[in-house]
Write a protein that binds this ligand. Structure first.
Ligand code: DTR
Length: 339
């Protein structure tokens, strides 16, 4: 009888204390995190956000639940970094080009250094960040970094030479904006999320960016011409509120740490493939003309860009930033990662 009684207690203890631990998972507590993003859900920053959410939830067996907020519903484009630092969202995705003076070191990735695709740009940016650990990110935990594919001119009117571009109102931000100005366009700065309205109202006659937006924002309906320049990638970061990060147990932090490089590279690959799809869609479904600059014309455009890197180094020096070293590191990383 006594034996039976002891076994019954043993079984009860097992059922009450052990089964929940085994059957849920090894993560004792669950966590909900809010993730803010500025553009609409169909665009690449949000596609990568949903992929990250899915992976984190899967790899933590649901111990971490990510609530995603696309379309600037939680924090807008320019307020992303400060919003995350202040805890308005736990995680946020930001485009560094929208605050060029704030992210001087990492924005250097948009200098005309011949980054040919988004995968290369993304790995270069992440390695640059890891190597130089810029102060601008000291108040957050970085969860991923990636760049767009190189920028091209999408416009309502054809641009075949520098004269066509002269005075044309085109939208761009950060390093890409500097390049447009040098080529003689009338550059207008605004986040991508404000561009559809500006195009429709005629405030701008086009934009300078990676061409997946021809499909994702359906700019192909307004912009029937794309001039292929293949310059300037835009850098992005996914950042997390530091005190929220510090409160996560180590095994959950490890899941996210293990994802940093994978997510950055995944996004680069997604973007590169999606650019191809968007080009096909624009040509076949929207009758968009893709313009390749004539050789002599192309040399003129490149000649204008020749002083950009040296000028940037001089300006960086004035801010006490070792621009020479940043460019050297960038060139080394581009060589390492290029396809
Ligand atoms: N090229 C930058 C960033 C960018 C490219 N595609 C998208 C889509 C959604 C938001 C931002 C971006 C820009 O032009 O803003």
């Amino acid at each position: 009888m006594k034996k039976l009684f002891t076994s019954a207690i043993g079984l009860t203890v097992f059922v009450v204390f052990c089964i929940p631990v085994f059957s849920f998972n090894v993560f004792a507590k669950s966590y909900q995190l809010n993730y803010a993003n500025f553009p609409p859900a169909s665009t690449f920053p949000c596609v990568q956000m949903e992929r990250w959410k899915k992976e984190v939830e899967k790899r933590t067996n649901g111990a971490v639940k990510i609530n995603t907020f696309p379309g600037g519903t939680l924090i807008g484009a320019k307020g992303m970094m400060d919003g995350v630092i202040a805890g308005q969202a736990d995680i946020g995705n930001l485009c560094m080009a929208y605050q060029p003076g704030r992210f001087v070191i990492t924005n250097a990735v948009s200098l005309p250094l011949n980054i040919r695709d988004s995968k290369t740009g993304s790995l270069v940016l992440l390695d640059l960040y890891n190597r130089l650990k810029p102060e601008a990110f000291s108040k957050v935990k970085v969860l991923a970094m990636f760049t767009t594919a190189p920028s091209n001119i999408m416009s309502k009117k054809p641009v075949k030479n520098l004269n066509d571009l002269k005075g044309m109102n085109l939208r761009a931000s950060g390093g890409a904006a500097q390049i447009l100005k040098i080529w003689g366009a009338n550059q207008i700065g605004m986040p991508m999320s404000a561009t559809p309205e500006a195009l429709q109202k005629g405030v701008v006659q086009g934009l300078f960016s990676s061409v997946e937006v021809m499909k994702d924002f359906n700019f192909a309906e307004d912009c029937k011409y794309v001039t292929l320049t293949q310059t300037a990638v835009y850098p992005f970061a996914v950042v997390m509120n530091l005190s929220k990060w510090n409160k996560l147990p180590e095994n959950l932090q490890k899941v996210m740490d293990d994802l940093v490089r994978e997510q950055s590279e995944w996004t680069g690959n997604y973007m590169d493939n999606h650019v191809k799809e968007a080009m096909q869609y624009s040509k076949e479904k929207q009758g968009v003309e893709f313009i390749t600059l004539a050789k002599t014309e192309h040399s003129k455009w490149n000649a204008k860009l020749a002083p950009v890197v040296d000028d940037w180094i001089v300006k960086a020096k004035a801010k006490n930033i070792d621009g020479d070293n940043i460019v050297k590191v960038l060139e080394e990383l581009i060589n390492k990662h290029k396809n």
